[in-house]
Ligand binder design. Structure first.
Ligand code: GLC
Length: 823
């Protein structure tokens, strides 16, 4: 790889560096089969000798190494370290374009330190020992190196092991890191990022499918984030080895991290999205219910399942074909015995509202009579070992080779392979086994070479991004082929930034109550780690749930951004009606609720896409200064208005729920409850605790069997009284094209505000899309007075019903409105 020297200074030829040879820093390479025993020495930065500024970059140098500090925005600062002062070329799959958005920053120097200040953050570099720390404008230190950044030469592969170590405070909590199957707070634990196929993973198992090297620290109510953008096997220690230290290190690449200022956790997440991008607006149908199984075949079985939904009047949009639809598991082929006419089947399913999603894995069967293999071989698109042999491994189809998705030409080619599937009417693609998984070996050997978008590297560097680049190729190819219609994609593996291309599911979980709980935490964690469109295999992939567990899972899944039931092939039937009554009716009620709330979820998606808000928000994100919230990991808010607390124990008839400060209304009974305390809530099988924040306007569509079944003629607005003014958003557009990128959407903003004897709801609109309906059905909850007059845009609405016992006001208005006044 070509390396450049951004400072353009001569690189010292043989740097004379004094090594810190403390005893504990010299240890043996016991596991290295090539090198045997060899002493390895950790080298630490010593003292910066000078600083040089080039635009928004500052270079600090000791006798050997250089540290680059880049001011990205007022709140984001990037730190890089080059052990021999030679930086790698700037390239990141996670951060496609580093946009610098800061105008004013200053460098100060005194006898102890250099300090670079923006309007909100100071970055300090101590002159004595090169410690880097960050503080806010009140000089409160938010993050500080505990030891100087350090490295270790890697004699086997070249490059360095690179290390950063920060001070860990006694009360500090840590969040993020993607899909780790453990408690929400990562404090006291150590993790590895190395994408791994983890069938039936257990609580605390590590690593599993994804590598998201981004964490949020919360200390004394103040948050900041660290995004360690390094694709090599990376490690994080949150006060586990030494309770006073938080460390992150990688087996190669650069020590490169972004310090992301808070002080709110929400700001940290939003700023992380500024770097790594947000999820595009999904096709509206993808917010509906999805039914999957390994596998539904032949065609008659697929149809039977689809008909089952319509007969049982249970809404469903997505139906999945797992690996058995293919011919010998060869991607982009069909098993004609099971599926003699896929086009006809997909068309018939589509006529009944089902969108067909097919699985596509990365392993391409070695078979000279198979067109995908032949093309890939001719074009030299498959990965090779260091000595030029092909990377071969066994997966479902048998002996396979694997496209190098880190090569842009291969991605382009891969994208074109979906042509026939798109012609057949396939609406979505499911990328699996892309850690990459290989039977027996686990994954590729380290020496496999990758093109890495021209910045070549071994599998050590490309492993964690392989799956992300696969689903990127899939998404970009589908987008082109679908002629600007939004494709739906889902992936198992991923790296930071994967959200720009896809949804994810948490992999092969188990039908157990423990996994229900785990899935809840994983989805919250994924959401706060920048992956909003996530869900679990509802019911558990392996094993058998009973009716109660399945129903509790459907209830939780109703509030997962992605809602799909899936199960392994050796399990019993697993459709929402498979467990008989009372389960079928309850499952139906919740899936219907999912459909009613689609406009709310879609609006929340818009808030994510446009502004970087997560969709699921743990309560600790709502009230980060309330220390007890750190341990509350069952409940979360769905968007910022609906608080959900799934039931996660069998036979539970009531449970404690903490309501953050403010007023809340029970969703089922509209009872007003003051928050800032725990309440005991009944949890019969028919319900889970759900609360709506006072002042919210929750838009609701009529229940349909699938998205777009009927033209929407009327939208219900559930308006929850509040004295304090509160904002709500309601986003709509065509739901299937990218026209929203040209402002063809409607974003309605509602402001609700009350007085003891009156209530006002204002609406303003932005965007160029006009929904066809003009009818609104108002359901105003919690009015503290008996209304006698409703004025909508100056006109009196005389037809209304007020339930004085339940305090609910019901009326309709058949025009788009600007202001409703109730007195
Ligand atoms: C993997 C996937 C699972 C899928 C199966 C067969 O185990 O995680 O969802 O059903 O492969 O394709």
């Amino acid at each position: 790889m070509e390396q450049n020297n951004p400072s353009n200074d001569p690189i010292p030829e043989s740097p004379a560096v004094k090594l810190i040879e403390q005893e504990e820093e010299v240890f043996q390479h016991v596991n290295n089969p090539v090198l045997g025993l060899k002493p390895i020495v950790k080298k630490y930065l010593t003292a910066p000798e000078n600083v040089e500024q080039k635009g928004n970059k500052f270079f600090f140098r000791d006798t050997e190494a250089t540290v680059e500090v880049t001011i990205v925005t007022d709140e984001i600062i990037r730190v890089r370290m080059a052990p021999h002062s030679v930086f790698l070329e700037e390239f990141s799959y996670a951060v496609p374009k580093l946009e610098v958005k800061v105008s004013v920053f200053h460098l100060h120097e005194n006898e102890n330190e250099y300090r670079i200040s923006t309007s909100t953050v100071n970055c300090h570099i101590s002159k004595k020992d090169f410690l880097v720390s960050f503080s806010d404008s009140q000089n409160h230190v938010t993050s500080a190196d505990a030891t100087p950044m350090h490295w270790e030469e890697n004699v086997q592969f070249g490059g360095y092991y690179v290390f950063g170590t920060k001070v860990c405070h006694p009360e500090e909590a840590f969040y993020g890191l993607g899909d780790k199957p453990t408690d929400l707070n990562l404090r006291g634990k150590r993790f590895v990022n190395w994408n791994t196929d983890a069938y039936s993973f257990a609580w605390n198992q590590d690593p599993i499918y994804r590598s998201i090297p981004f964490y949020i620290s919360l200390n004394e109510g103040i948050a900041h984030g660290i995004f360690f953008d390094n694709t090599f096997k990376a490690h994080f220690d949150f006060g586990s080895e030494d309770r006073n230290k938080t460390s992150f290190w990688a087996d190669g690449g650069e020590l490169q991290y972004y310090y992301i200022h808070g002080p709110n956790m929400m700001d940290v997440v939003k700023r992380y999205h500024l770097l790594t991008g947000t999820h595009p607006m999904p096709p509206l149908w993808a917010l509906g219910y999805h039914q999957c199984r390994w596998s539904y075949y032949p065609e008659s079985k697929v149809k039977k399942v689809a008909n089952g939904f319509r007969e049982n009047k249970i809404p469903c949009d997505g139906i999945y074909l797992d690996i058995d639809y293919m011919d010998g598991y060869r991607c982009f082929t069909w098993n004609r015995k099971y599926f003699p006419d896929p086009k006809k089947m997909i068309k018939e399913l589509a006529a009944d509202g089902f969108k067909t999603v097919v699985i596509i894995d990365p392993g391409i069967r070695v078979d000279d009579n198979y067109w995908v293999f032949k093309e890939g071989k001719e074009k030299r698109y498959f990965c090779r070992r260091c000595d030029d042999y092909f990377m071969e491994g066994h997966v479902w189809p048998g002996r396979c080779q694997f496209p190098d998705f880190t090569n842009p030409e291969v991605r382009e080619w891969w994208g074109t392979l979906f042509d026939e599937l798109v012609q057949l009417g396939v609406a979505g693609v499911w990328n699996d086994m892309n850690e990459p998984a290989v039977f027996g070996a686990g994954t590729f050997p380290d020496d496999v070479r990758h093109q890495y978008d021209g910045y070549r590297g071994s599998h050590r560097k490309a492993h964690n991004v392989y799956g992300m680049q696969m689903v990127r190729a899939t998404y970009e190819g589908m987008r082109k082929l679908m002629k600007n219609k939004r494709p739906f994609t889902i992936t198992r593996a991923g790296y930071s930034g994967v959200q720009r291309f896809t949804s994810v599911w948490t992999g092969d979980n188990v039908a157990s109550w423990e996994h229900l709980r785990l899935g809840n935490v994983q989805c919250q964690r994924l959401s706060m780690s920048g992956i909003p469109f996530c869900g679990t295999d509802i019911g558990g992939f392996s094993g058998e749930p009973d009716g109660e567990l399945f129903t509790r899972w459907i209830q939780m899944g109703t509030f997962s951004p992605f809602m799909r039931a899936h199960s392994a092939g050796d399990t019993k039937e697993r459709e929402p009606w498979s467990f008989g009554e009372p389960y079928t009716a309850i499952n139906r009620k919740f899936i219907e609720l999912r459909y009613k709330l689609i406009p709310y979820l879609y609006s929340t998606f818009w808030e994510h896409h446009r502004y970087g808000f997560p969709i699921l928000r743990p309560v600790v994100m709502q009230e980060q200064d309330e220390i007890n919230n750190q341990a509350r990991q069952d409940e979360f808010t769905y968007g910022d208005k609906i608080l959900v607390c799934p039931v996660m124990e069998p036979g539970q008839t009531s449970r404690k729920v903490y309501l953050p400060k403010g007023n809340w209304f029970g969703y089922w009974d509209n009872e007003l409850i003051e928050g800032g305390r725990e309440v005991e809530v009944a949890t019969p099988l028919e319900t889970i605790p759900l609360f709506v924040k006072a002042g919210s306007v929750i838009p609701e569509y009529p229940v349909m069997q699938y998205v777009g079944e009927k033209e929407i003629e009327e939208v219900k607005l559930n308006v929850y009284y509040s004295e304090a003014p509160a904002n709500s958003f309601f986003f709509e557009d065509y739901g299937e094209t990218f026209a929203y990128e040209q402002d063809i959407y409607s974003e309605k903003k509602f402001v609700a505000s009350g007085k003891p004897t009156s209530f006002t709801l204002q609406q303003s609109m932005e965007g160029l899309y006009t929904p066809r309906y003009e009818n609104y059905h108002f359901n105003v909850v919690g009015l503290p007075f008996k209304p006698s007059k409703i004025i909508a845009d100056g006109k009196e609405v005389t037809d209304f019903v007020f339930d004085a016992e339940k305090l609910i006001l019901d009326f309709k208005f058949t025009k788009n409105f600007k202001q409703i006044e109730i007195a």
